[in-house]
Each structure stands twice: as C-alpha cells, then as structure tokens.
Design a protein around this ligand. Structure first.
Ligand code: NCD
Length: 312
C-alpha cells in the first residue's frame, strides 16, 4: 500500500487500509509476545504525545508502541506546559515541531483539532488519538482487530453499540470501520443519547436492548460521558442501568459466544455489571493489549521507512 502521511479519520484508510493495518498488526502481536518485545524499526525517529485531554490507556499505549519500535518519545501534558501561560495551540505545535519530531499523537476536546495540527505541520505525521465527540480511529482499528482475532472476520456479524453514542468519538469511528468490514451495526440508546442527526452513520437504531441482545455477535458498551453532557439527559443513573445497562439478568439474553467489549474506562455497575465485565467472553483487556500492537502498526505505517512496509 502507499504510505499515508496522517491518520485523522478511520475513513482515511477505507476497508482495504484497515485490512492492511490488521495484517501488519499480526506481526507486531508476535513481536509483543517475544521475551524482549522490541524491534529497531523506528530507531532515530521521535514520537510526541500531545494530550490536551485526560487519558490512561491511549496515551500509555502509544508510548509503549513507540518504545517497542525503538523510537524516542516525548510527552506533552497541558498541566505542566506553557499552554498554562497562554501559549496558543499553533505556537505549541510549531515549538514542538521545531525540535524535530516525526509523529505527533494528538488528543483534544475540540473536534477537528488534529486536522488543524496536520495543516500546520511541516513534515511530521499527525495521528488523531481522539478529538472531542468526533473520531478515534486507532480505537476503531484495535476494536476491529480484537473482533477479527476472535471471529476470523467481521463480515456478516451483528454488532450492537450501546449507550452514550451522542458524545462518543469511539462510536462514530467504530460504526464506520465495522460497517466497512461488512458487519451490520445497531445503535442502542435512549433518544437523548443519540446524535441529533444520524446522516453518515451506516447503522440501525433501537431503543430496546432486550430485543437486540439475543441477536448480536458482539455487544459493545460505552461509558456515559458525563463530562460532555451540558444538561440532564437522563432521568436517573439507576433507570439508565435498568434499561440500557448490561446487567447480569440481561447478559443471560446474549448468545453463549457473544463477545462483550468496552473501550474503557469502565464504570462498573453503570453500563455493565462488574461481574459481567470479568466473564470469559468479555474481551475488554484483550482490547487494551491489542491496542499496543495496532498502534505499533500505525506508527510503522506512517513513519517507518517505505521499503520496510513490505516486511510482514
Ligand atoms: C474513550 C475515549 O477517551 O474516547 N476511551 C479510550 O480512548 N479508550 C472512551 C471514553 O472516554 O469513554
């Protein structure tokens, strides 16, 4: 495949690009299982994480991925930076680029910020690690990879994405990726937690999890993103859990081999019962583990030397 410069939206890759990343990920999963999980593929390259929003797994996962490829890493955190002294985003980006970086991994509460950073960047690659309510392409890649690992292919699978779709960048990128790979997706949420328009969302909608649960091969739960809710969108948390939570009782409706997924962070007892999150068919920690290998593949694809791209 041709070497893309940035990864901003999952649509940048298309179905073939997603498949290419998954094949490349296979070899990095193998690297991650070695006694010394490190290869020299990005020696001499520098990857900087520019996180303007909180993160546990995405930030650590990119950092681990870069280190396993022998890249140097820099970490930018708003709370200890000159952003606190009023420095603009553009000046921050230009300052960091002036130090000679190869990739910038950007997370920001504003939708579209990674596109803006890409427009300013002189030579480095930009990876969107989550922009507002908009997109989170590497999460979609690791979710596709996790399902493929368990089921060989996404073709023909029925996937339910349940919960706070409205504020979820994960939901948007996942719907686009899952449907590109041939799965059919149903969004299950109360009307107040759906986007105002579903134009451009290749998915069906349901408000009845009990009806959808027995039919799905994968049930993907989302956290209520209360930090993004400006008004009361739910009557009560308890009612939400009773209607849309994957409670123990509701989990009995699932097929025996249905996969349970969640991007994390999990609010146990709200969108999913603690015990259900720990069942054998819950692949939540597998998603995290695969996140490292998928991000190795993405970094390698964007800033690895072109000739090596054929090495699978
Ligand atoms: C998500 C995010 O930040 O978009 N988490 C993640 O990256 N794994 C989802 C969330 O915050 O609920």
């Amino acid at each position: 495949m041709t070497q893309p410069r940035h990864l901003l939206s999952i649509t940048d890759l298309g179905a073939e690009g997603i498949q290419d990343v998954m094949r490349l990920t296979d070899s990095f999963v193998e690297v991650s299982e070695r006694a010394i999980p490190k290869v020299p593929a990005l020696r001499g390259k520098t990857v900087v994480s520019l996180f303007f929003e909180d993160s546990t797994r995405t930030r650590l996962s990119f950092e681990t991925a870069a280190k396993r490829l022998s890249a140097d890493t820099m970490n930018f955190s708003v709370s200890t930076s000159s952003v606190k002294k009023g420095e603009s985003l553009r000046d921050t980006v230009e300052t960091i680029e002036a130090m000679g970086v190869d990739a910038m991994v950007v997370r920001h509460s504003g939708a579209g910020v990674p596109w803006q950073v890409a427009a300013w960047s002189r030579g480095s690659s930009v990876i969107n690690a989550g922009d507002g309510w908009h997109e989170h392409p590497t999460q979609a890649l690791l979710d596709c990879y996790t399902i493929r690992q368990q089921r060989q292919s996404l073709e023909g699978l029925r996937i339910a994405i349940v919960g706070d779709i409205r504020h979820s960048r994960v939901a948007r990128s996942d719907v686009l990726a899952f449907s590109a790979l041939g799965a059919s997706v149903t969004l299950v949420a109360p009307p107040t937690l759906l986007p105002p328009s579903l134009a451009g969302w290749p998915a069906e909608v349901s408000h009845d999890l009990d009806e959808v649960a027995p039919k799905c091969d994968v049930v993907y739960l989302l956290r209520l993103q209360r930090e993004r809710m400006q008004e009361a969108l739910l009557p009560s948390l308890r009612e939400y859990t009773a209607t849309y939570g994957l409670t123990r009782a509701r989990a009995r409706l699932l097929k025996d081999d249905a996969l349970i997924m969640h991007p994390g962070p999990v609010n146990r007892g709200v969108e999913i019962a603690a015990e259900v999150a720990d069942r054998p068919n819950s692949v939540i920690t597998r998603q995290v583990a695969n996140g490292v290998a998928v991000r190795m593949a993405v970094l390698f694809l964007l800033i690895g030397s072109g000739v090596d791209l054929a090495v699978h």
